[in-house]
Design a protein around this ligand. Structure first.
Ligand code: HEC
Length: 144
């Protein structure tokens, strides 16, 4: 093997492991902060937005209802892209005789703008990191 080929080979390996590492880091990364049962601002905002836009169908604490699925279960097998795609585009269940519809929120600013916060809240619930009910916020240190 020529030196040039060797260098190319090593760079390909290095890039490969970098890519592998960053996607691992992404998976391991949690989209929420929960400390002693208290949440950061983004997760709290997600809780509030969920209450405004999703609770009436998906039930309190994302636990599901007779009409719409338990999102704490859904998020165990859906990717972030799938979850956010469903929120933006909505979905109609065509596999059962029921006529349950997930509406599209693509035009709803209060959902679209805070979609990552909503995802974070749902993920915290799904991971079991956050219990039921209104979460308490991590106190923000006073500004001097
Ligand atoms: C009008 C009732 C209604 C509202 C409001 C609603 N959903 Fe849904 N959602 C549904 C129904 C019904 C389904 C199941 C649709 C199907 O089976 O195709 C669903 C499915 C989903 C799924 C896919 C679950 C799975 O297991 O495949 C996600 C994720 C989801 N909703 C998130 C949300 C979020 C987040 C909000 C608030 C921004 C929201 N939904 C608001 C009714 C609703």
């Amino acid at each position: 093997m020529s030196t040039r080929n060797l260098i190319v080979g090593i760079s390909v390996l290095a890039i490969g492991s970098l890519v592998a590492f960053s996607s691992y880091a992404e998976d391991a990364d949690k989209p929420y902060v929960v400390i002693d049962g208290k949440v950061d601002q983004a997760t709290y905002n997600g809780y509030r937005r969920y209450g405004d836009a999703c609770l009436r169908c998906h039930g309190p604490d994302a636990g599901g209802s007779s009409y719409a699925p338990d999102l704490t279960e859904s998020l165990k097998h859906m990717t972030k892209e799938e979850v956010e795609g469903t929120i933006i585009n909505g979905r109609k269940n065509v596999t059962t005789s029921q006529d349950n519809v997930m509406p599209s929120f693509g035009e709803v600013e209060d959902v679209v703008l805070y979609i990552d916060d909503i995802y974070g809240y749902l993920k915290a619930r799904s991971d079991g990191a956050l219990g039921r009910g209104r979460p308490q916020r991590i106190p923000v240190p006073p500004k001097n």
